[in-house]
Design a protein around this ligand. Structure first.
Ligand code: MN
Length: 249
């Protein structure tokens, strides 16, 4: 099995080192990741400048490359330069990617870019409790997740979140109740106003969601789709608000 590994925290993140190490037990691994942190870069690509692809020795026997681009750039380039990739793994992100937050996620976007190109994509993220997650302790659980998901070859896109001391693995849906994004004003040392984009933890969680699973100390695995059409609404709108008849399907 040929596995491309990327992330949005950058090629020097301890999370990608852990993921590459575990992935190596399942097949041939190549790491292609941003040279600097690209968290919250979402699914952006670099179209106004070329990107570079430079080898880095930091993964030892695993081939590694750093790219001065976004997570989606890295996956697009990685799949262009390495043929017959079976799966793209993205992460392990330092911080969870849950609920509406996944719209901003570069970690999830890297997996989405794989799915756009017809390759399976799996995003992995974990909570940061203290300064840094304990990736050595997390390793067997990451292996458990990959053992469960890699054989499922009819799952094109999945978003995995691991709590610090993971329990059971659960299939979940994206929490879609509340957006936790927040703008917080502050003042710089010169007394000028500035603003931080941050998150406010969601209080209420619904059973069966990604947030709920993580709150209960379980591993959340959410299947995602690339089609964002609201198919239920589409039918209703066609019936209740017909537009120009000549434009009807
Ligand atoms: Mn990140």
């Amino acid at each position: 099995m040929r596995i491309l590994v990327s992330n949005d925290d950058g090629v020097y993140s301890p999370g990608i080192a852990c993921l590459a190490r575990v992935a190596r037990r399942f097949g041939e691994v190549r790491v292609v990741a941003p040279d600097v942190e690209q968290s919250a870069a979402a699914h952006s690509i670099s179209i106004t400048r070329p990107v570079s692809y430079r080898q880095t020795p930091i993964f030892g026997e695993i081939e590694g490359y750093r790219v001065n681009g976004t997570p989606a750039d890295c996956v697009a380039l990685g799949l262009f330069l390495w043929e017959r990739v079976d799966v793209v793994l993205s992460g392990i992100n330092l911080g969870p990617n849950l609920g509406y937050g996944i719209w901003h996620s570069g970690t999830v976007a890297a997996a989405k870019q794989a799915a756009l190109l017809g390759v399976r994509g799996i995003a992995l993220s974990t909570s940061v409790v203290h300064d840094e997650p304990d990736f050595a302790a997390l390793e067997p659980h990451v292996e458990r997740v990959l053992s469960a998901l890699l054989p499922v070859d009819d799952l094109p896109l999945a978003n995995v979140n691991l709590p610090p001391s993971p329990g059971a693995m659960r299939w979940t849906r994206q929490s879609a109740r509340a957006y936790d994004g927040k703008v917080v004003p502050g003042t710089d040392p010169m007394g000028r106003q500035h603003y931080w984009f941050t998150v406010e933890p969601t209080i209420q969680t619904e059973p069966g969601t990604d947030l709920w699973a993580m709150e209960h100390g379980d591993i959340s695995i959410t299947p995602l789709v690339l089609d964002v059409t609201d198919h239920g609404e589409l039918e209703r709108l066609r019936a209740e608000h017909p537009l120009d008849p000549e434009a009807a399907p």
